[in-house]
Design a protein around this ligand. Structure first.
Ligand code: PHE
Length: 371
């Protein structure tokens, strides 16, 4: 009996070790522990034994059953882990391999034009500044010499923003005052940029971004884009303004023969003020830059008003400056021959595919800003 049990244990453990698959292992289990199994058979013999015999042999049979059960479980766990390891090794992806699918998605013409503007003005020494789209009344109007009673406030078709709570404590803590607006132009960034420079250093910035007016037709959308330009320094004249605008528009349209028209105008925050039109011709029903068949107004500009220089924290007896504000969407339409402003914001993929720019085509002065 002793040798039989020992031999059986050795044999069973060896077959468990040798089992090459989960099926083979299960066959060994059935062979040992199944209803007709060898170990089960031994357990059945216990009933017929004398008490002494049972006391001597019983624990050995039980220990055999336990050893076999454990060995099967351990072997099963090893096999499962090996299978998982093999699968993980087989499914490895080399993330460093180049993907040979064509890049999908593209750059919206407005984003492209903003990049072009940043590139052109960086070359002229301008930094990019930003400000909030939900702006307070003071920055959007008062500091720009548009007092509360000024008709320009009505002209701007302003969207007013109200707190969505009447809780006094929250309103006092989080709300700057009763009049918050969606900024109607990027000009409030003039004030923010001057304040940030502290009244002692020259300022040279552009500020591209979203602006809002309650207006909608083929040439106006409630949300549109502007870029603001501001230079504050000593001895700044209208000549600097004109040269900067000419240099900018020639670089932007990538041609020297564009025709600019400066018209005297009025803005509360500049004095004197000028509006700038770019001449275009109609070729195959599309507007093309150059010639003077029609004029498209692209920007407003002027010498920064003394009151605005003072509101920005500068002494207007010492510092002068010029500023301009330019519709980015209009610039894009003119440069890339699009005719309905509303299509810019429809999110129609066919339009974007037609007019959009490759994700990797970054504008540079050497490669062409519109390349
Ligand atoms: N903020 C003006 C507008 O939105 C444009 C402008 C900016 C004019 C700066 C002069 C100077 O129409």
């Amino acid at each position: 009996m002793t040798t039989d049990l020992d031999q059986l244990r050795t044999d069973l453990l060896a077959s468990i070790d040798a089992a090459g698959s989960l099926d083979a292992l299960d066959a060994v289990r059935v062979h040992a522990l199944g209803k007709q199994g060898a170990v089960t058979g031994l357990l059945k013999t216990l009933g017929a034994m004398s008490p002494e015999e049972r006391q001597a042999t019983g624990p050995r049979i039980h220990s055999l059953r336990e050893a076999v059960t454990e060995a099967i479980a351990a072997r099963k766990a090893t096999m499962e882990r090996d299978a998982l390891d093999a699968r993980l090794a087989g499914e490895t992806l080399d993330m460093t391999l180049p993907v040979d699918l064509p890049a999908t998605g593209g750059v919206h013409p407005v984003s492209q034009v903003m990049d072009e503007l940043a590139e052109i003005f960086a070359d002229l020494g301008f930094a990019v500044a930003t400000g909030p789209e939900i702006e307070d009344d003071w920055h959007n109007f008062s500091a720009l010499n548009i007092p509360e009673t000024h008709p320009a406030r009505a002209m701007h078709d302003t969207f007013y923003v109200e707190p969505n709570t009447t809780d006094r404590e929250i309103v006092d803590k989080w709300w700057n005052g009763p009049n918050m607006v969606l900024r109607t132009h990027t000009s409030p960034v003039q004030i923010r940029a001057m304040k940030a420079a502290g009244g002692t250093k020259p300022v040279r910035i552009i500020a591209p971004g979203r602006t809002y007016r309650s207006d909608s037709d083929a040439t106006h959308t409630p949300m549109f884009h502007q870029v603001e330009g501001l230079v504050i320094d000593k001895g700044i004249t209208m000549g600097h303004l004109k040269w900067t605008l000419e240099t900018f528009l020639k670089a932007f349209f990538e041609r020297d023969d564009i025709v600019l028209r400066l018209r005297p105008s009025y803005f509360p925050f500049t004095e004197p003020s000028a509006e700038v039109d770019v001449g275009f011709s109609i070729v195959n029903g599309k507007r093309v830059i150059g010639g003077a068949e029609g004029w498209m107004e692209v920007l407003g500009s002027g010498m920064v008003h003394r009151k605005v220089i003072a509101a920005g924290g500068y002494d207007p007896d010492e510092w002068q400056g010029f500023a301009f504000g330019c519709g980015i969407d209009r610039l894009a339409m003119l440069k890339y021959g699009m005719d309905d402003l509303r299509a810019f914001f429809d999110g129609d993929l066919r339009w974007l595919k037609h007019y959009g720019f490759g994700a990797l085509d970054v504008p540079t002065l050497s490669g062409g800003v519109g390349a």
